[in-house]
Each structure stands twice: as structure tokens, then as C-alpha cells.
Design a protein. Structure first.
Ligand code: RUB
Length: 321
């Protein structure tokens, strides 16, 4: 059809769905870039090149394809919204340019926000601190790396993060930043909290009540950290703020394939059991000490003020048919 997404968009969508592209910020910038690729392709395609309405429809269709890949990280729809809200012009060429410009501006802002947030988060870390990490978050890593750049000596206890072991990516990047790393299994976290000064995690979405939606296991880690008296911060740029939660919506938690939890043969041997594989959980605001954004750090309960400032009372879906 004339609104079929360009091959580049389908490839990006596939890479997000299969988690070749993963992590909330990385997904957001890939989605924004895919919209620019859609605009370039649609400006050339027979069905859309000379028809501004058809061009717009093809942009909306591409956004829907990207939107449907994974449900939990709100940075994805926030990226699509940012670009599509800036699509304007009465010719295809103007429309194309507005999308490409918006996409570039979004990616630039994302990078700058991560840098700024890193400075804010780094100030919470002291020379000689040991941090504990969960999963792989570029926002969380930005805080640790900024602390190292400030000349602080930081070491890390890295949770492997079952079932997909994104902790390995964190371990590698911290090692590259010169941070001594100790890798542990997730169940060892409480034992090692006694040796840790700060827990640093990322977020896929932040709800209006200050709830932090992040990789499964974050909430248990936060409860244990509180019990051990170890401070815990969430590093999350403002694109992780979930506008629909302002009007009472809850954040959908992605359920992933059981094959990530148990091999098919092993499962068959055990027989008739249920296997569940939720990818994310919600940490209640009372277990989180601070949400660190590029606009400063906030107690989770006060994040709603920033959300109202940024989104008003809701958010449109510019990709609706
Ligand atoms: C990744 C994850 C990360 C957040 C934040 O989950 O939970 O902590 O996405 O990452 P998955 P970032 O591997 O399932 O995508 O700070 O890079 O946005």
C-alpha cells in the first residue's frame, strides 16, 4: 500500500523488537532516526513524492510500526511524538525537511540531556565510592562516568541481570571507563550491598506518582537497599517521563518469551508448569531516594510537577490514523 513503511523503518522496528537495539534512550534515538529515513524514502516514492497528505499518512504509519515494537519504554512514543509534532509544510519537500530537522534536533537533545544528567548524578557520588548497578542503562552509566571524569575513584558491583544478562554490557563499559568491576549473580545483591555506597539504576518510564519502571529486579533491589541503608538513585532523562500516567493510565509491563527463562528441553523434562517472564517492574516512590534528570534531581513524589510543566495535562498521539 502507499503507506507501507520504508525498509529502513521495518529494519529498525525489527531490531528493537528483537532487542538488538535496546535500552530506553537508545530505542528513542533509533526511532527518531527511522522517522527521518521514512521521510527521505517517502519523498522519493511514487505514491507519496508529490502528495503531501499521502506523505503525512506514510509518516504516521511508520510511527505506528515503531510504536508497536515494545510497550514499556515511554521514550519511544515520546520520540515519535517529538518528531511528528514538528512535521510541517505544504509541500513534500518542506515536510521532509521538517522531519529530518526534528529528528536531528531530538537526537542532539538526547545526547546533551544525558551529559547534563551525568553531571547531576555524579555529584551524588563521592571519591572512593562503590556503586551497584542493575541491567544496562546509558543514563546510569553517564553518572558513573562523569564522576570518574571529575577525578573520583569509583568501583562497581554489577548485577548480571537475568535472563538476558545486560549486566555484561555494563561490566564491559565500566571496565573501559577504568572502573574496577565485580560481576555478581542477581541473588547475591543483598549480600554485596554491605560493601556498596550507592545504587544507580536507569528507567524505562517514570509514572506521575514517582513510580520507577525499570528492568525486572529493580524493585527488589531498591527494597533491599533501603533495608541496608544504601541510597539508591534513578538516572532518567525527562523523555522517560510518562505523560499518560498524569491522567491515571498505568504503564504496560512487557511480558517476554519463556524461552529466555528455560530451555525448551529442560521445560519439557519438568512437565506441566507455567513459566512467566515479565521484563520490567515498578519501584514505589518511597523506595527511591532521587530521580536524576538533566533538569536537576527530584524526590520521586515531586516529579509530577515537572511532568505537568513539560506535558500539560496530557499528550496527543500524532500517529493516530
Ligand atoms: C533496559 C533497561 C534500562 C532502561 C534505561 O531494558 O531496563 O535500565 O531502559 O536505559 P531492556 P537507558 O534491555 O529490556 O531494553 O538509560 O540506556 O535509557
Amino acid at each position: 500500500t502507499d503507506t507501507e513503511p520504508a525498509p529502513a523503518v521495518r529494519e529498525t522496528a525489527e531490531s528493537i523488537a528483537t532487542m538488538e537495539i535496546r535500552g530506553a534512550a537508545t530505542i528513542a534515538s533509533a526511532a527518531a532516526e527511522a522517522l527521518a529515513e521514512q521521510a527521505e524514502a517517502a519523498a522519493e516514492a511514487d505514491a507519496t513524492a508529490s502528495d503531501p497528505e499521502a506523505f503525512r499518512a506514510s509518516m504516521r504509519a511508520a510511527a505506528r510500526t515503531l510504536r508497536e515494537t515494545r510497550p514499556t519504554a515511554v521514550s519511544l512514543p515520546n520520540a515519535l511524538r517529538y518528531v511528528l509534532q514538528r512535521m510541517e509544510g505544504d509541500s513534500v519537500d518542506r515536510l521532509r525537511r521538517s522531519v529530518v530537522d526534528a529528528s536531528e534536533a531530538f537526537v542532539e537533545q538526547l545526547d546533551r540531556a544525558q551529559e547534563d544528567l551525568g553531571q547531576v548524578g555524579a555529584n551524588r557520588l563521592a571519591d572512593g565510592d562503590t556503586v551497584m548497578t542493575h541491567c544496562h542503562s546509558t543514563d546510569a552509566l553517564a553518572c558513573i562516568e562523569a564522576a570518574v571524569e571529575q577525578g573520583k575513584s569509583i568501583s562497581a558491583v554489577v548485577k548480571e541481570t537475568r535472563p538476558r544478562q545486560q549486566g555484561h554490557i555494563t561490566a564491559e563499559q565500566l571496565r573501559d571507563a577504568g572502573v574496577p568491576v565485580t560481576l555478581i549473580v542477581d541473588s547475591a545483591a543483598r549480600r554485596y550491598l554491605d560493601e556498596v555506597d550507592h545504587v544507580v539504576v536507569g528507567a524505562d518510564s517514570i509514572a506521575a506518582d514517582g513510580g520507577v519502571i525499570n528492568k525486572i529486579g529493580t524493585s527488589g533491589l531498591a527494597v533491599n537497599a533501603r533495608e541496608r541503608g544504601v541510597p539508591i538513585m534513578t538516572a532518567a532523562q525527562t523523555i522517560k517521563l510518562h505523560p499518560e500516567t498524569l491522567t491515571g493510565h498505568t504503564v504496560e509491563i512487557e511480558m517476554r518469551d519463556e524461552g529466555e527463562v528455560i530451555e525448551p528441553e529442560a521445560r519439557e523434562e519438568i512437565g506441566d508448569i507455567a513459566v512467566e517472564n515479565p521484563a520490567f517492574d515498578v519501584t514505589p516512590p518511597r523506595y527511591m531516594d532521587a530521580i536524576v534528570t538533566e533538569q536537576g534531581q527530584f524526590p520521586p513524589e515531586s516529579i509530577v510537577t515537572l511532568m505537568r510543566e513539560l506535558f500539560g495535562e496530557g499528550a496527543a498521539e500524532p500517529w493516530a490514523e
